[in-house]
Design a protein around this ligand. Structure first.
Ligand code: ADP
Length: 681
């Protein structure tokens, strides 16, 4: 670990800056993750609290909103029509979603609905309209009849008015006559009898209210049949005016029936002007609304009286009451000013729907909380009961509505499931980041060490190469100088020195050749000359050139080199591949030892192998020896001359020829390098 020793700052940076913080962070994260279930429970409790609060708030808020809307709507109640003329105008009545009716009082005097004011409460001052002229016109109109008919009619009436008859009998007879005329479509006569019945104040008292209404309706129908539309309209208006001014409402359903029928028929008249149609339309809407409100008021009269007189704390101004069927609320000061009182009848379905939708919006954000909201009848409005159904807490909501919010215990299994999910995710994430950091650091570290080694090897190479270059050069220079100065006279010495110069030169040549072929191979493969040739012959040539060197060591050397082993490749580079492998075998095998060189064909491949009984290569080094400038750091290698480029060249040549290299080696026993080439076609 030369690197670690020589770069303490870098190591400190690695451990102190990356590994240590990562390890601490991971430990802390793992510890935190283990607390997850506890946290989830605590979280759930906190969530429950917030949820409860939020639901309470939202219910209160919506209830207040409804009250605000009611207050705003109550302003319009003062503008509701009071007399016949106003009933024909379009009124601005404001509905409140959640209420089915709204009533306005001043102390105990009713302000709206106006038509109810005559019944139980002090009557307000109605503007009096004089309709007597219309009445005159309508009821005392001369009926256009022939004299003969007049006589007939007069006679029949006289007959019925016999002094022996009681008034009831007279009315009954007149009604019988009326029915008869109406059935026989003798409308004029029928009209005459109707006017007769209506004119006579002494007969009026005998007419039951409903009977009076039916007479008027009959009157109206006859006018419609006779296409006397305007008169029919007037009759309806007159009747409405009379109704508005009378001190009692005798029978709301009979009144409703009368006006519904007449208004609907009038609105179906074809000749109606746009203006009149609109007026009747408004009349119908306004009157119907008031009638409906009045009906509700009458249905709950005692209840209304009670709620009006109920004591109300001045702070609140709002009072909710349930009359057994319906919910009402009373709104007064400080919501409203002075003696104003508004009573709202709650339309429970719409009211609940409004609040429910608000709760649902809130609940959407709290998906994991089991809860229900139930109303007075115990039916669930929102939420659902969970499987275990263990109630945790109950709370009354919207006090006056008597809704109950029930919170349930969450299933233990659910907790575990939830946290397990989260824990898996967190464990996964932490482990992943830990592994990534560790792997990253490891590879970076390794890369730096390799880089460092490479640098070292390169500088080592340079020094060894320069040394290698210098040694033969020094000898050459020395021998040449000696001979030049004439110090060597003997011809046999001259021959010996010349041979030595030649030998050193070829060593130099070989070295330079290795460097050149290495750099050639490192930079490009385009310089290769691809040709088809016999690999066997090439191997034989190299083998023959090297045999002597092996024998000189001395080493046993033998071969089994076949012929006709054709490959596609670059002759020169394959030559140096073979040369490097055989040279290495010679270099790294001590005498006595043996070398065996083979070249043969097997399974469509050309196989070349060199086996030696040399020093062998430790398995930890086997993957490195093919790297540029790499040399095994043992004694034998150090004492053997070399550049660390031989096997790098072999590897590159093999790669460019798409050949595979394998190595079997055992330390101290020997090595076998095998290269498998693709056979040429
Ligand atoms: P060198 O010039 O050092 O021989 P090489 O690239 O040819 O460079 O070889 C790299 C290293 O592999 C050598 O330094 C040597 O330690 C080892 N090596 C190569 N061939 C053999 C072999 N046949 N037996 C033992 N060791 C070998």
């Amino acid at each position: 670990m030369r690197f670690s020793r020589s770069n303490p700052i870098l190591v400190a940076f690695f451990f102190g800056g990356i590994i240590l913080p990562t390890a601490i962070l991971s430990v802390l994260s793992f510890r935190n993750i283990q607390n997850e279930t506890f946290l989830a429970k605590k979280n759930f409790e906190e969530s429950l609290k917030s949820f409860k609060k939020e639901v309470e708030n939202v219910v209160q808020k919506e209830q207040r909103k409804i009250l605000q809307e009611t207050k705003a709507a109550s302003q319009f109640l003062y503008e509701q029509p009071q007399n016949l003329l106003e009933f024909g105008n379009a009124s601005s009545f404001k509905n409140v979603n959640g209420l089915s009716a709204i009533f306005l009082f001043n102390k105990e005097t009713i302000v709206y609905p106006n038509i109810a004011s005559h019944f139980y409460y002090e009557s307000s001052k109605w503007p009096q309209t004089n309709y007597s002229s219309i009445e005159q016109q309508l009821f005392f109109e001369e009926i256009n009849k022939t004299n003969e008919e007049k006589v007939k009619l007069a006679r029949s009436i006289r007959l019925m008015q016999s002094p022996f008859q009681t008034k009831t009998e007279q009315v009954q007879n007149l009604l019988g006559l009326l029915r008869n005329f109406y059935q026989n479509k003798k409308y004029d006569e029928a009209l005459h009898i109707i006017s007769l019945l209506q004119q006579r104040p002494n007969l009026q008292s005998y007419l039951h209210y409903q009977l009076r209404e039916s007479l008027q309706l009959l009157h109206f129908e006859i006018l419609v049949e006779l296409k006397r539309h305007e008169e029919a309209q007037n009759l309806c208006l007159l009747e409405l005016n009379r109704f508005l001014q009378q001190p009692h409402i005798n029978d709301i359903s009979a009144t409703r029936y009368f006006f519904e029928t007449t208004f609907n028929q009038i609105l179906s008249f074809e000749q109606l002007t746009q203006e009149t149609r609109e007026a009747f339309w408004n009349l119908r809407e306004n009157f119907n609304r008031q009638l409906t409100h009045t009906e509700i008021l009458y249905e709950h009269l005692p209840f209304f009286k009670k709620i009006l007189s109920d004591h109300l704390s001045p702070k609140e101004g709002i009072l909710y009451r349930f009359d057994g069927n319906d919910f009402f609320f009373r709104m007064s000061y400080p919501w409203l000013s002075g003696d104003q009182i508004v009573i709202g009848k709650i339309n429970i379905e719409a009211y609940e729907a409004r609040i429910r939708s608000q709760i649902q919006t809130v609940a959407r954000e709290w998906k994991n909380i089991p809860y229900t909201i139930t109303n007075v009848n115990n039916s669930i409005l929102v939420g659902s009961i969970p499987e275990n159904g263990m109630i945790l807490e109950q709370q009354i909501l919207g006090q006056d509505l008597s809704w109950t919010l029930t919170l349930y215990q969450k299933d233990q299994k659910e907790f575990r499931k939830e946290t397990r999910h989260k824990m898996f995710l967190l464990y996964g994430l932490v482990s992943f980041s830990l592994i990534t950091v560790l792997f990253g650091s490891f590879f970076m570290f390794r890369f730096l060490i390799q880089e460092r080694k490479l640098l070292f090897m390169k500088s080592n190479f340079l020094s060894s190469v320069s040394h290698e270059l210098k040694t033969p050069l020094t000898s050459i220079k020395m021998f040449a100088e000696m001979m030049a100065k004439g110090r060597v006279q003997k011809p046999e010495k001259i021959q010996e020195y010349s041979l030595l110069i030649g030998k050193e030169s070829s060593r130099l040549e070989n070295l330079i050749g290795a460097i050149l072929s290495y750099t050639r191979m490192e930079h490009t493969s385009t310089a290769f000359k691809w040709e088809r040739f016999d690999f066997g012959i090439c191997a034989e040539t190299v083998y023959n050139a090297l045999v002597d060197i092996a024998l000189q060591k001395p080493l046993e050397i033998s071969s089994r080199i076949e012929k006709n082993l054709f490959v596609m490749g670059d002759y020169t580079s394959l030559y140096s591949l073979i040369q490097n492998l055989i040279e290495n075998a010679i270099k790294y095998t001590n005498s006595p030892g043996s070398i065996f060189v083979q070249a043969y064909e097997e399974n469509e491949k050309i196989v070349f192998s060199v086996t030696d009984t040399g020093i062998g290569i430790p398995s930890s080094e086997q993957k490195n020896i093919f790297n540029d400038f790499y040399r095994v750091g043992d004694e034998m290698t150090r004492s053997t001359k070399g550049s660390g480029l031989g096997l790098a060249i072999v590897k590159r040549v093999a790669e460019t020829h798409k050949a595979s290299i394998s190595l079997q080696s055992r330390l101290g026993k020997g090595s076998t390098f095998t290269v498998r080439f693709k056979k040429a076609e």
